[in-house]
Design a protein around this ligand. Structure first.
Ligand code: SAH
Length: 236
C-alpha cells in the first residue's frame, strides 16, 4: 500500500530536494509513498492568475482566496477521497508524534501550504481542513512545515527504517525524551564514555538509559514530565 501525499502550493519546486534524498528518497523510489505537487495558481481564473486579494476589513498583507483554493483542493482530492485534508498553520494543533503515527497508518494526506497572511477562513470551514502547526513561530510559508510533517510520517512507513527498534525507543514514543548517545572513540578530549555503557551488563545499561531519559525530561520538558508521571513512571 502506497502512502499518497498531495501538496498544494505556490512553490512546487521547493519539494524536489529535501524529500528526494536519504530515507525518504529511497522510500519514494521503492513506491512506499508518492508525492504529487499541485500548483495552486493553475486554478486561478482571471487574466492575472491571482490567488490572493486584500484582507476584508483592511490591514496589512494579502489573503489567499477561498474560491481558487477550493478548485485546487476539489481537483486534487475530490469528495470521497479518504485522505485527511491538512492545512499547515501556526494556529493549528501542534504536531505530535502520536498524530504523525496516525497519519502514517492511513492512506496519505492532502496538504495545503499557506502563504501571505494566510487563507480565507471560509475555505477552512467549508472543506473541514485540519490545521496543523509545527511550532510557536511564524514561517513565511507552509512549505517547510509540510516537509517537516512528511519527513516525520515517511520514516514510520513500513520498511523505511532499517532498524524498527530504534523507532520505538525514540524521544516522545515512550512519553520521555531519549537518553544521550555515545560511540567510539572511548575518550574524546578527556571525556570518557559513561562506564556502564561499556560494562556489557544489558540490564544495567537499560536502567541507566531509562534514568537518563527521566532526568532529561524532568529538566527540559516539564510539560512532558507532568503527562508521563501519572502513567506510573518517575519519582522526581
Ligand atoms: N498571519 C499568520 C501567519 C501567516 S505565515 C498568523 O499570524 O497566524 C504564512 C503561512 O505559513 C501560513 O498560512 C502557514 O501555511 C505557514 N506557517 C507559518 N508558520 C507556521 C507554523 N508554525 N506551522 C505551520 N505552518 C506555518
Amino acid at each position: 500500500m502506497t502512502f499518497r501525499a498531495t501538496v498544494l502550493t505556490l512553490y512546487p519546486e521547493m519539494f524536489s530536494g529535501p524529500l528526494d534524498i536519504s530515507l525518504a528518497g529511497r522510500a519514494r523510489e521503492a513506491g512506499t509513498w508518492s508525492l504529487e505537487t499541485v500548483q495552486i495558481r493553475d486554478f486561478a481564473t482571471d487574466k492575472h492568475r491571482s490567488v490572493d486579494d486584500t484582507p476584508a476589513g483592511g490591514g496589512a498583507g494579502m489573503v489567499m482566496r477561498a474560491d481558487v483554493l477550493a478548485r485546487a483542493l476539489d481537483h486534487s482530492a475530490p469528495p470521497g477521497d479518504p485522505r485527511p485534508r491538512l492545512l499547515m498553520s501556526p494556529r493549528g494543533r501542534p504536531l505530535t508524534q502520536a498524530r504523525v503515527r496516525e497519519l502514517a497508518a492511513g492512506p496519505g494526506a492532502v496538504i495545503l501550504c499557506g502563504r501571505f497572511e494566510g487563507i480565507d477562513q471560509r475555505l477552512i470551514d467549508a472543506r473541514g481542513l485540519e490545521e496543523i502547526s509545527i511550532g510557536d513561530y511564524i514561517l513565511s510559508g507552509g512549505e517547510p512545515a509540510a516537509m517537516v510533517l512528511l519527513d516525520a510520517v515517511v520514516r514510520l512507513l513500513p520498511g523505511v527504517m532499517g532498524n524498527v527498534v530504534s523507532g520505538e525507543e525514540e524521544s516522545f514514543e515512550s512519553g520521555l525524551l531519549e537518553h544521550p548517545h555515545y560511540t567510539r572513540p572511548k575518550e574524546f578530549e578527556g571525556r570518557e564514555i559513561p562506564e556502564v555503557l561499556t560494562s556489557g551488563n544489558h540490564a544495567k545499561i537499560a536502567a541507566w538509559r531509562h534514568e537518563q531519559a527521566e532526568r532529561l525530561t524532568a529538566e527540559r520538558r516539564p510539560d512532558l514530565w507532568q503527562a508521563y508521571r501519572p502513567r506510573g513512571g518517575g519519582k522526581a
